[in-house]
Design a protein around this ligand. Structure first.
Ligand code: ADP
Ligand code: MG
Length: 290
C-alpha cells in the first residue's frame, strides 16, 4: 500500500476526465456501498422545458405565462429557466417583494395582484384549492413531468408541466454501477410521483423525494447511520451540504462552483459513466496495493 500507487491512480483518473482531489478521496471511493444521485442536472440534463400549459379560473395563457416568467426572472432554479424561456418575447412586469421559498417555489407582488408559483405543497400550505388540477397533477407526475402551479390572489390560475430529459447515457451508466454492486438511490426536492417515474426510467433502486434543501445532508447521514458508505453525486448549490456529508462527494463538471469546490471528485464530462470509471479505478488501484 504505497502512496505512490494512489498518486498514480489519481493521475490515471484524470485521463478519464475525472478529477480526484487527493489520495484520501480515492481511498474512500474504493469502499463505497451506496451511491446517491441528485435528480435535476445529474440524472437528467438539467434543461427543463415547459411541455404543457393548463389554465383555470378564466386566466389567459398570455397573462399566466407573462406573470409566471416575471416572477421566475428572480430565480436561478432550472424550473425558472424553463418558464422564462417559454415566455420569451412576452412583456414582463415589475415584481415587488420577490421571495424564494426553498424547496417550494417563489412569490411576489404586482401593483394589484399577489403571485405564488411552485409545487402543490406550496399552494396547499397557503390553503389554495388545487382540486381542479388534481387529475392533471397526478398524470403529469406519473409521466415524469414536474407540475408547477401559479396562483393569483389565492386562486389557482395555471399549471405548467415541465419536462427534463434523462441524460442519454444515464441508463447505461447506472447499469454499469449496478453490475459493480452498488445500491443506487435518488435524492430530490421534487415530488415523489415525478421522482419515482424518473427513477424507474433510470434504473434507480430507492427514491428519497420531497426533501427540503436543508434535509439533503440529513438524508445522507441517515444512510451512513444504517452502515452504508455513501457517495453523493450532484450539481447544484443546494447539493453542497450533502456532498460534504457524504463519504465521497462527486460533482458534475458543468454544475455550480459551490458543488465543485465541495466535492472530492469532479466529473469533467457531463456523463455518469465518469462515476463508474472513477469507482472502478479506485477499487483497482487500492486492490493492487494489498
Ligand atoms: P431539487 O434541486 O432536488 O429539484 P429544490 O429544493 O430546488 O430541489 O426544489 C424542490 C421543488 O420545489 C421543485 O421540484 C419545485 O417543485 C419547487 N421549486 C423550487 N424552486 C422553484 C421555482 N423557482 N419555481 C417553481 N418551483 C420551484
Ligand atoms: Mg441538480
Amino acid at each position: 500500500a504505497t502512496p505512490m500507487s494512489i498518486t498514480a491512480g489519481v493521475g490515471r483518473a484524470a485521463e478519464f476526465g475525472v478529477l480526484v482531489k487527493d489520495a484520501d478521496a480515492l481511498q474512500k471511493a474504493s469502499t463505497l456501498t451506496t451511491l446517491v444521485f441528485d435528480k435535476t442536472g445529474t440524472l437528467t440534463e438539467g434543461k427543463p422545458q415547459v411541455a404543457e400549459i393548463h389554465l383555470f379560473n378564466q386566466f389567459s395563457e398570455r397573462q399566466a405565462l407573462s406573470w409566471a416568467a416575471s416572477l421566475e426572472q428572480g430565480s436561478h432554479h432550472p424550473l425558472a429557466q424553463a418558464i422564462v424561456e417559454k415566455a420569451q418575447g412576452m412583456d414582463k412586469v415589475l415584481v415587488e417583494n420577490f421571495r424564494t421559498l426553498g424547496g417550494l417555489g417563489v412569490s411576489g407582488q404586482l401593483a394589484e395582484q399577489s403571485l405564488l408559483l411552485g409545487n402543490q405543497a406550496l399552494l396547499e400550505q397557503q390553503h389554495i384549492d388545487c382540486s381542479d388540477a388534481e387529475r392533471l397533477l397526478t398524470s403529469q407526475a406519473t409521466a415524469g413531468m414536474t407540475p408547477v402551479l401559479l396562483a393569483v390572489d389565492g386562486k389557482l390560475a395555471a399549471l405548467f408541466a415541465v419536462r427534463d430529459m434523462l441524460r442519454a447515457d444515464s441508463v447505461q451508466a447506472l447499469q454499469r454501477l449496478h453490475q459493480q454492486g452498488y445500491k443506487l438511490v435518488m435524492l430530490t426536492g421534487d415530488n415523489a410521483l415525478t421522482a419515482r417515474a424518473i427513477a424507474q426510467l433510470a434504473g434507480i433502486d430507492e427514491v428519497i423525494a420531497g426533501v427540503r434543501p436543508e434535509g439533503k445532508a440529513e438524508a445522507i447521514k441517515a444512510l451512513q447511520v444504517r452502515g452504508e458508505q455513501v457517495a453523493m453525486i450532484g450539481d447544484g448549490i443546494n447539493d453542497a451540504p450533502a456532498l460534504a456529508q457524504a463519504d465521497v462527494g462527486i460533482a458534475m463538471g458543468g454544475g455550480s462552483d459551490v458543488a465543485i469546490e465541495t466535492a472530492a471528485i469532479t466529473l469533467m464530462r457531463p456523463s455518469l459513466h465518469g462515476v463508474a470509471d472513477a469507482l472502478a479505478l479506485a477499487k483497482g488501484t487500492l486492490r493492487n496495493m494489498k
